[in-house]
Design a protein around this ligand. Structure first.
Ligand SMILES: Nc1ncnc2c1ncn2[C@@H]1O[C@H](COP(=O)(O)OP(=O)(O)OP(=O)(O)O)[C@@H](O)[C@H]1O
Ligand SMILES: [Mg+2]
Length: 206
């Protein structure tokens, strides 16, 4: 069944967004271990071919959850290249915002309130979002214009809104092929993506 038949066009935007999240999350959760493994390898190859990657130093990634494509091969490749990797951590005081904390091979991780592993947010391990060179974001659904639908917390929208206009930080969405939809029903606060990598295609909207 197509996405269009699952999402009621008569519903309001908020309901359409929730229906889309439910539908796409189910699709990606149903990918087989073999499909997941292949997707992770294909994403890794596209990511390593990103223009300018070798010149950059500070990379925000995330650990896969809920059927998201596995980012660990990319994290390992970045470590191998001598890059600094950071993971998002729920901000302890500013609700709805993320902090980025240095993640090394031996960094211990602790589950947050969503059960997602996080490093401890020690002050000396934080890097302000404005100092990151590349931020790889998770997403639930995207369209061919770079519009992004996340899990619904607004965490990336709030955090990316802290980047100054004209920032050179590259924001890149990672997704499975099945997460592309015809059109994401947008809201005013959504921050569109400049680039998206799927196993099948690299999208550059800049
Ligand atoms: N810059 C912002 N300032 C304040 N609230 C915001 C901001 N961006 C988003 N929000 C709020 O966050 C909530 C969720 O937003 P949205 O549905 O776009 O989440 P999402 O993009 O799916 O999630 P995420 O960014 O965590 O992946 C909304 O109620 C929205 O008002
Ligand atoms: Mg949003």
């Amino acid at each position: 069944m197509s996405t269009a038949t699952q999402i009621s066009t008569l519903a309001d935007t908020s309901t359409q967004r929730q229906q889309l999240r439910t539908f796409i999350r189910r699709q990606r959760q149903q990918l087989s271990p073999q499909q997941q493994q292949q997707a992770a390898q294909d994403l890794l190859q596209h990511a390593l071919a990103l223009p300018g990657l070798t010149q950059q130093q500070h990379f925000a990634l995330y650990l896969a959850n809920d059927g998201e494509a596995d980012t660990y091969p990319l994290i390992q490749a970045l470590w191998q290249l001598g890059k600094s990797v950071y993971l998002p951590v729920l901000h302890p005081f500013a609700a709805g915002y993320l902090l980025f904390v240095r993640y090394d091979k031996d960094t211990l991780l602790y589950p947050n309130k969503f059960g997602i592993p996080e490093p401890f947010a020690a002050c000396h391990r934080l890097l302000p979002v404005q100092q990151l060179d590349m931020i790889f974001t998770p997403l639930v659904a995207f369209d061919a214009a770079g519009n992004r639908l996340g899990m619904g917390g607004g965490f990336y929208d709030r955090t990316l809104s802290q980047l100054p206009p004209g920032s050179e930080c590259q924001v890149i969405g990672l997704a499975h092929n099945c997460q592309q939809v015809d059109a994401v029903p947008g809201e005013a606060w959504d921050i569109p993506l400049q680039q998206i990598i799927t196993p099948g295609k690299y999208f550059d909207f800049r």
